[in-house]
Design a protein. Structure first.
Length: 430
């Protein structure tokens, strides 16, 4: 994504917390099994019944994670505790939840081996992501890095003439510092970090961008922008004919080119290089064939007008979001990304994924629900420790999971296993 001078400086300042460029490179470098033994895998899918489920729950319990709500061993949550999450409550919709891992992540924020919960009703999905996680881990892990962090709200103002609209836009840009002060009165987690003005004839769109800490921030930016609009209406020398708190230019819950280029949420990148032998043994195909498939699929995606080109990123993001109490509608924007699978000069397979619009949080919203808290706890991502650190950690894990899924599905297609896997795992027995 193109970076402004201010954004680049902010990213550089955050990355310097580790020290030098060499320190950052070392943190993102593969961590081989010889340097840190790989933890045991989640007990396999061999037993689909209660015994297998209990074995996996005991596996997590042995690692300090109790999951009584996910396991259904406690009464349903008291409806009075759901205020702010649901209206006209009638009960809970249950989605089966599995766990994959370990997935080794060599991220700036997420650094270690993680077991990851995924909620889905699609057979074969968890098994596929588990296979990708296994291969990535054996390759030394997925490097992951969050760069830009911003969530937007875009009010719109209508004026009599384009002259008035242009003067208002210039006035508003000059009031940025005052708007920042007003926003600070409505949140303890967020900060107004940028303001863009777009004039279209006699319409003005003001795009306010916020850093939202460990919250996904959808409500936060709404409350802050509402307060700013009150300030605008009280002080502007050019009165609008009418205005709207959101004029559909923020990219909220939809895939847009603007968000793809400028980021909405967290911009996350992930990469791993799979050695040739690992591809051949683990995926039953070759780096050449997977690279060839990627080129053809990229051309296919381009011809359909896709914003970004990937395989099934939405699958992993939706499953992680369901398990962890995220805003599921945001999958429409979060799943926009670019996957790359390329043959290296040494004959291995370079795998990269960029997700520029990951709206994700560890506090607020659905993360307060008991099952979500338990799932976040598996990854040590529950709550807030330091401003923005937990959400950035979760974002890097999410990108690593999505990349693992991309590796696995392309491998299955190239090896001719795609239909067979869904036949075996995605259908109920007769």
């Amino acid at each position: 994504m193109p970076l402004s001078k201010g954004q680049a400086a902010a990213i550089a300042l955050r990355l310097r917390r580790l020290g030098s460029i060499a320190d950052l490179a070392a943190r993102l470098a593969p961590t081989p099994e010889s340097a840190r033994p790989i933890p045991p895998e989640v007990p396999a899918v061999k037993d689909p019944g209660a015994t297998g489920r209990d074995e996996r729950l005991e596996f997590l319990r042995a690692r300090g994670v109790e999951m009584p709500h996910v396991a259904g061993r406690l009464p349903q949550v008291d409806p009075t505790n759901l205020r702010g999450n649901i209206e006209q409550f009638i009960g809970m919709t249950q989605i089966p939840t599995g766990v994959i891992g370990p997935l080794r992540v060599n991220g700036f924020h997420a650094h270690g081996d993680f077991y990851v919960p995924l909620a889905t009703s699609e057979g074969a999905l968890v098994a596929s992501y588990h296979r990708g996680a296994r291969l990535a881990t054996r390759a030394g892990g997925v490097a992951a890095l969050v760069t830009t962090e911003q969530v937007q709200r875009a009010p719109g103002f209508v004026f009599k003439t384009l002259a008035e609209a242009s003067m208002f836009a210039a006035w508003a840009i000059g009031r940025f510092e005052r708007f920042r002060e007003v926003a600070a009165t409505r949140t303890s987690q967020g900060t107004l970090i940028d303001l863009l003005a777009h004039v279209e004839s006699n319409h003005v769109y003001l795009i306010f961008a916020y850093h939202t800490g460990d919250a996904a921030g959808q409500n936060m930016v709404t409350f802050c922008t509402s307060a700013i609009c009150d300030e605008i209406l009280a002080t502007t020398p050019i009165r609008p004919v009418s205005w709207f708190l959101e004029a559909n230019m923020s990219g909220d819950k939809k895939a847009t080119v603007l968000s793809f280029l400028h980021t909405r949420g967290r911009h996350v990148m992930a990469e791993v290089t799979l050695p040739r032998k690992l591809v051949e043994r683990g995926l039953h195909t070759t780096p050449e064939r997977m690279s060839e498939y990627w080129r053809m699929s990229f051309v296919g995606g381009s011809q359909t007008g896709s914003i970004g080109v990937s395989g099934h990123v939405a699958n992993g993001i939706a499953a992680l979001f369901l398990a962890c109490g995220q805003d599921l509608a945001c999958v429409s924007e979060c799943s926009v990304g670019i996957t790359r699978l390329e043959l290296t000069p040494s004959g291995d397979l370079y795998c990269g994924l960029t997700l520029p619009n990951l709206i994700i949080g560890t506090v607020g919203g659905g993360t307060k629900l008991p099952t979500a808290r338990e799932c976040l706890r598996i990854m040590h991502c529950e709550g807030s420790i330091q401003d923005g650190e937990q959400a950035a950690k979760l974002a890097e894990i999410c990108a690593a999971v999505a990349l693992a899924g991309e590796i696995s599905i392309v491998g299955a297609i190239c090896a001719g296993d795609f239909a067979r896997a869904h036949e075996r795992l995605g259908r109920h027995p007769a």
